[in-house]
Design a protein. Sequence first.
Length: 219
Amino acid sequence: MRATGLHTRYRIRHATAVAGLALTVVTLTGCTYLIPLFMLGEHKRTIPAEYDGLRNSRTMVLVWAGQETLFDYPYVRLELATYIADKLRNEVEGIELVEPARVEDHIERTLATAFDPAEVGRRFHADKVIYLELLEMRMRRPETPTLLQGRISASVAVFDTRADVDDPQRFELATVTVTYPERQPVLNNRGAAELVRQQTYINFAERTAQKFYEYEEEL
């Protein structure tokens, strides 16, 4: 019985040492595929909505851009509003979106260079207005114009048009900023400009829309 006990303790110590050595090798080499699945976990976290008030509402996305931006990107208001509205339509339960084309047509017909978001929202019978002001919009680095790297930054606010006209409710959210490609720019060759602009728009729309619903993020 004593010999058996010693042998058992030896096997336990040996197995523990081997497991420790394997974990050390994995840590040093970065080979996570050697780690048992139960030790990895899901490595995700749930991000709550920054503003959770769009469900079952009629919502309008309104984008403002300065004249210098519109000179280079004349359709940017409509394009960004459309991308954001499409994302919200797929992710927010019961939401009804005012068609961005109708909003853009109204702005074009009135030749408005500035507008009251809540007033425009009431015109289209919207309960909520997501209002974005473009702070930065470019597809090239200023110091290297031959290289492409899209960047959009915008302030974000939500207007509740059902609030008292004399005391409108405005909810300020965090600024949205995206860069694509994130690490380094790409050469401006055939087709690259359109690809960079489209992907920058998509990333910006997704980051903006995520403010209004819960989602999971990889750690």
